[in-house]
Design a protein around this ligand. Structure first.
Ligand SMILES: CC(C)(COP(=O)(O)OP(=O)(O)OC[C@H]1O[C@@H](n2cnc3c(N)ncnc32)[C@H](O)[C@@H]1OP(=O)(O)O)[C@@H](O)C(=O)NCCC(=O)NCCS
Length: 175
């Protein structure tokens, strides 16, 4: 799916669909390297139209990312393929934070989903991530459940990593 949205004119901020050549930069050095395989899988899902993987550019430099999952997930309270869709993997790289980019990316996704008749946007937040929680609550997301979500992934070395993340799950009505 081709997406290209100007988020701000001057200086220029752009949100667009991911390209293969973005994957390395999106690792942000070693910072997100462990998620290499997951990021590639999300990129492939984006190409197949199963998810929307967006990359933000500020003045031509990659500054962040967000993924919209609108499939039927195991947890249908997050995404049920009809009314509810789930935002995840929101990242703004450190030099680009606190300028409003995270806010603009979330608002774009809300609008994108609203245009496609989704009624609720959901997002999960690690319980220790008070900075992100503050952002979501400012955008009128409300916590509707708290859980310890187990998940696993193969890291860039092919090693299976098992994680249990205490998280809040938030939702926002966009009807
Ligand atoms: C959480 C995260 C995505 C926020 O991104 P961001 O681009 O810094 O978010 P914003 O700039 O929109 O908002 C952050 C703060 O900057 C402030 N801000 C917004 N526009 C601003 C501007 N033009 N000038 C100065 N400050 C501004 C906002 O008021 C906000 O403050 P508040 O949360 O106290 O209300 C980013 O910190 C990040 O990537 N963190 C690491 C990964 C992570 O935690 N992801 C979330 C997973 S749940």
């Amino acid at each position: 799916m081709k997406i290209f949205q100007i988020l701000q004119e001057n200086p220029p901020w752009v949100l667009r669909g991911i390209k293969n050549s973005d994957l390395k930069t999106l690792e942000w050095g070693n910072h997100f390297k462990r998620y290499r395989k997951l990021m590639r899988l999300s990129f492939e899902d984006h190409q197949a139209g199963k998810k929307v993987y967006l990359v933000a550019e500020m003045e031509g430099k990659i500054a962040g990312q967000i993924v919209i999952d609108w499939r039927i997930l195991v947890d249908k309270e997050k995404s049920d393929g009809v009314e509810r869709a789930y935002l995840y993997s929101l990242r703004v790289f450190p030099p680009y934070r606190n300028k409003g980019l995270g806010t603009k990316m979330i608002l774009f996704c809300e609008n994108f989903l609203k245009e496609r008749n989704f009624k609720f946007v959901t997002i999960a937040c690690e319980r220790k991530n008070l900075r992100a929680l503050k952002l979501y609550e400012r955008l009128r997301f409300k916590i509707f459940k708290q859980e310890d979500t187990p998940w696993e992934f193969f890291d860039d070395q092919g090693k299976l990593r098992k994680i249990t993340e205490p998280e809040w799950v938030l939702q926002k009505c966009i009807m």
